[in-house]
Design a protein around this ligand. Structure first.
Ligand SMILES: NC(=O)c1ccc[n+]([C@@H]2O[C@H](COP(=O)([O-])OP(=O)(O)OC[C@H]3O[C@@H](n4cnc5c(N)ncnc54)[C@H](OP(=O)(O)O)[C@@H]3O)[C@@H](O)[C@H]2O)c1
Length: 318
């Protein structure tokens, strides 16, 4: 009787594989829940050093990150292109965090002479124990467009800010970290490259962010045994000027909400999307077949292009 009720070998093998897959999924879910909601932030100042250099701290994600880092007890070197906006942010940081060290450095990453400008910045921070570098300043298309509609200036600025400036800033700050045997480099990438299988009508932007992703991943392996944690954070939408989103929502959080999650991830996974709802989007894109994802993203981009062109036409007509 026992022999008659036994499952055939193939069914037992299938059940074992199913159990393995389910256990792996459950473990990954548990680890993600822990990382997203329970895992403590690293003690940044103690672990990495007293100062954080933040590029693009005058708006959006960079500005919110600057406040979070000041709240974590780090001094700030704010690197931006507008002296007035830099002065306003540093005044507000000092008001909210009395005693916080704040230095500013005016640097337009899109301007000619980038190598010399970054060298001057490196010289100005040579005396500081820089523990954290946040490469946040970035450039995107004003709105979606076909590649043949992307002009020379836009291409140049995308590559200068998203690739060249980030590379030069990292190259400038790393030697001090290597010497001190500690540091964290956070490069702000994008879902455009890390989460989406393609980002049609934003091809150059997505490609520059793919550079950020692989550059960071490789540096992570290169420097982890030197005490330096390199990380690429890949946000989905955040309600900022660049994303042209005014109202924060569940899937497009405010820069402040994003920055709180972002700081809690510093020093952990080399490639991550720190805000929990963005991680859900990432998961969805891993299960949706690529042709379906491609078609969906193309549809969204075409809608953005239509709106952008209509706005341009209205401006021209005025
Ligand atoms: N928002 C999103 O949905 C989203 C999604 C994925 C990835 N990201 C990435 O997140 C990063 C920050 O984006 P964001 O949305 O916070 O943008 P944002 O609100 O437009 O802020 C960009 C910051 O970069 C600065 N910046 C721009 N051009 C510069 C230049 N030529 N030289 C120096 N600084 C310059 C801006 O300075 P001003 O204040 O002077 O303009 C501002 O401080 C970018 O790397 C972006 O690609 C954003």
């Amino acid at each position: 009787m026992a022999g008659a009720s036994a499952q055939p070998a193939w069914a037992q093998a299938l059940a074992a594989v199913g159990l393995l897959v389910a256990s792996r999924a459950a473990l990954r879910l548990a680890l993600w829940l822990y990382a997203a909601f329970l895992r403590p932030a690293k003690p940044l100042r103690h672990r990495y050093g007293a100062w954080a250099v933040v590029t693009g701290p005058t708006d959006g994600i960079g500005r919110a990150l600057a406040f979070e880092l000041a709240a974590a007890g780090l001094g700030l070197v704010l690197v931006g292109r507008s002296p007035d906006k830099l002065a306003a942010v540093s005044k507000e940081v000092r008001a909210r965090h009395p005693g916080a060290g704040v230095r500013t450095f005016v640097l337009d990453f899109a301007a000619d002479g980038l190598a010399a400008n970054v060298a001057a910045l490196a010289e100005s921070i040579r005396d500081l124990d820089v523990g954290v570098l946040i490469n946040n300043a970035g450039h995107c298309y004003p709105y979606a467009r076909y590649f043949h509609e992307v002009d020379e200036a836009l291409t140049r600025n995308l590559i200068r800010l998203n690739v060249e400036a980030l590379t030069r800033m990292t190259h400038a700050v790393l030697p001090g970290m290597v010497q001190r045997k500690r540091g964290a480099v956070v490069n702000i990438g994008s879902a455009a490259a890390t989460i989406l299988p393609s980002d049609p009508l934003y091809a150059v932007y997505a490609a520059t962010k793919a550079y950020v992703d692989q550059f960071s991943r490789s540096l992570y392996v290169e420097y982890r045994n030197k005490g330096i944690d390199v990380q690429c954070q890949a946000p989905w939408y955040v309600a900022t000027k660049m994303a042209s989103i005014r109202q924060a929502s569940l899937f497009a959080p405010s820069p402040e909400t994003y920055a709180r999650a972002a700081v809690r991830y510093i020093g952990y996974e080399p490639r991550c999307t720190p805000y929990w709802a963005h991680a859900l989007v990432w998961f969805l894109f891993t299960v949706v077949p690529e042709p379906i994802a491609d078609r969906y993203v193309l549809g969204v981009s075409l809608g953005i292009r239509d709106k952008g062109r209509a706005k341009d036409a209205r401006k021209k007509a005025m």
